[in-house]
Design a protein around this ligand. Structure first.
Ligand SMILES: [Zn+2]
Ligand SMILES: [Zn+2]
Length: 179
């Protein structure tokens, strides 16, 4: 299976129904702190009007992140809708005419007769993800003194010195002022 389609294979009237599973390696989401852990499920319909092709459907997969506070890996399911319009690359026309489309829909340009859903699927998956991934909203993170994962273990650093927790620093400064 591929995410590439020859536009001639898309009937102009009824369109082309898609329901396919794409290997996770088909999209190169492979960053140190963000990888795909499941194959990608794509469903929806390709329709065509002349040389303009539309896809409307859904994408489902699973991403593994490293939590930005405690650095533990965690998996999160991704389910998102995808609307995209493919248009042939304009040959001699000025580009700005095409960039000024007033629409929320994503526009991709294609060459010759082949459209490729890989890039819009990739964009849409990453677009739905938080910039700062957290394993849970109240993740306690790592102790800045001893490096212990404070979700799993307690350490004595905070109690001994009062350091490592910014709230203690503020308190300490207040106390110093009072003196
Ligand atoms: Zn965490
Ligand atoms: Zn500690």
């Amino acid at each position: 299976m591929s995410l590439k389609f020859d536009i001639e294979s898309i009937p102009e009237d009824e369109g082309l129904e898609l329901l396919q599973t794409e290997k996770k390696s088909a999209l190169k989401i492979d960053l140190p702190d963000c990888t795909l852990t499941q194959d990608i499920e794509l469903s929806g319909r390709l329709t065509r009007l002349g040389r303009d092709v539309f896809f409307k459907g859904r994408v489902a997969c699973e991403i593994q992140f490293a939590c930005s506070r405690c650095l533990e890996n965690f998996k999160t399911p991704v389910k998102t809708s995808l609307d995209v319009c493919f248009m042939p690359i304009p040959e001699n026309e000025p580009q700005e005419e095409h960039e000024l489309r007033e629409s929320d829909i994503e526009v991709e340009y294609y060459k010759e007769n082949t459209i490729d859903l890989a890039q819009p699927v990739f964009d849409q998956i990453l677009l739905t993800q938080p910039l700062i991934p957290l394993c849970c909203s109240d993740c306690k993170g790592l102790c800045s003194q001893c490096g212990v994962n404070r979700n799993k273990n307690e350490c004595q650093c905070g109690e001994l010195s009062g350091a490592g927790d910014p709230r203690f620093d503020v308190l300490q400064k207040l106390k110093d002022k009072i003196k």
